[in-house]
Design a protein around this ligand. Structure first.
Ligand SMILES: Cc1cc2nc3c(=O)[nH]c(=O)nc-3n(C[C@H](O)[C@H](O)[C@H](O)COP(=O)(O)O)c2cc1C
Length: 372
């Protein structure tokens, strides 16, 4: 590597420090239907370094969709926040980035990895992985449209026959991306396909900008393993935070166990944040029910709690069920939650009920995407 390249590399590495982040940040992914501010606040309080608003559509933003602006809501307590956008072409994406540039976000990510059919059909998300020239044009125009740090989130390719990560990453870097987030799967892979750590490592080797690793990170040892195999500059947590926002804290304090008390306090706090924002009924209730079912994981005998949550009439009722369940656990002497070490214990099962990708296909969270 030339001296110029080395100094360029250390300049790029500083991007996280310039943003006031640790040099190896642990990031909560943008999660459609999940990463609203009540959940983001819970994760931040449990030591997530950076969080994101869920993916929004450039087209919807350019058309000033009210629903999209609602999705962009930031809580006053959030000190740092990222936003992610996907667009059907370079110009659309760049004009959305110009709008986002004027809004209170510290960083902007361009989604080039979303596999959802409805999204891809419009040329958004992972559709762009087929066309590195478009990646270059998009990143370049977006970079010109913002003075904020700009990242790109990709998968390794469209499918196993069309692995384009190398070309896409090169185009993103040349276009001016400040860092790259890589989910080590292709668009065609489902979650049963292991994350390709060699694929992530190759990008880390290739690029001068920082690379953030993503995929199958459920506990401290998953993160350690990914880092040791790839040398990535940080990690992005996705499903690993669902029902387990403590994952962020556990990466910093791996020896700590999750006590019943801490569990209860956080779940109640999330309920408070949720109810303050959305009220106890309607969409706030539906969305929180999903979180509560995730929170129930790791405790013995949760079937009846899950049934109660599912049939609760509002969040006040759900809150009572949680409180009673915690009391029952206390009485039975279950004071610590079983670690959710899914992959290592070979018991990670993705309940189809939780499969937001499928829900996305039915239109949830794709405000504006379906129309174009
Ligand atoms: C419920 C859900 C919503 C998601 N929404 C987004 C999104 O808005 N933007 C994005 O880049 N990725 C999204 N993803 C993909 C994840 O960020 C991540 O790339 C993928 O799940 C792989 O990481 P994991 O194996 O750790 O879950 C979503 C995933 C899930 C499960």
């Amino acid at each position: 590597m030339s001296t110029k390249q080395i100094s360029q590399q250390s300049e790029n590495r500083n991007i996280f420090q310039k943003m006031g982040l640790p040099s190896q940040p642990v990031i909560l992914a943008p999660l459609a239907g999940v990463s609203d501010h009540p959940f983001r606040r819970v994760c931040t309080e449990l030591k997530a370094d950076l969080t994101y608003v869920e993916m929004i559509s450039a087209t919807a933003l350019n058309y000033e969709s009210k629903k999209t602006y609602e999705m962009l809501k930031r809580h006053e307590s959030e000190e740092i926040l990222g936003v992610q956008v996907t667009g059907r072409n370079a110009d659309d994406t760049a004009s959305a980035v110009a709008i986002l540039n004027k809004l209170p976000f510290e960083t902007i990510d361009i989604n080039m990895g979303c596999p959802v059919k409805k999204v891809v059909k419009t040329g958004c998300g992972s559709a762009i992985l087929k066309d590195p020239a478009r990646v270059y044009e998009t990143v370049k125009k977006c970079k010109e449209a913002t003075d904020k740090p700009l990242s790109v989130k990709i998968r390794l390719g469209w499918d196993r026959q069309m692995i384009t990560a190398k070309e896409v990453a090169d185009a993103a870097e040349k276009g001016g991306a400040d860092w790259l987030v890589v989910h080590g799967r292709t668009r065609a892979d489902d979650y049963s396909v292991p994350v390709d750590l060699e694929g992530i490592a190759a990008l880390k080797q290739q690029l001068n900008i920082p690379v953030i690793g993503n995929g199958n990170l459920f506990c401290e040892s998953d993160v350690k393993y990914m880092k040791s195999m790839t040398s990535v500059d940080g990690v992005m947590i996705s499903r690993g935070a669902l029902g387990n926002p403590w994952i962020f804290e556990s990466l910093k304090f791996p020896e700590q166990q999750l006590s019943l008390d801490d569990w209860l306090q956080t779940v109640m706090k999330h309920l408070d944040y949720q109810m303050a924002e959305y009220g106890a009924t309607g969409s706030g209730h539906v969305c929180m029910r999903k979180h509560l079912l995730w929170y129930a994981k790791g405790w013995p005998g949760v079937k009846s709690l899950k049934d109660k949550i599912n049939t609760s009439i509002d969040l006040n009722a759900a809150r009572q069920h949680i409180a009673m369940f915690a009391e029952e656990m206390l009485n039975k002497g279950h004071l610590v939650r079983t670690p959710l070490n899914f992959l290592q214990e070979g018991r990670f099962q993705w309940d189809p009920k939780w499969d937001m990708d499928r829900k996305l296909d039915r239109g949830v969270g794709t405000d504006g995407l379906e129309a174009h």
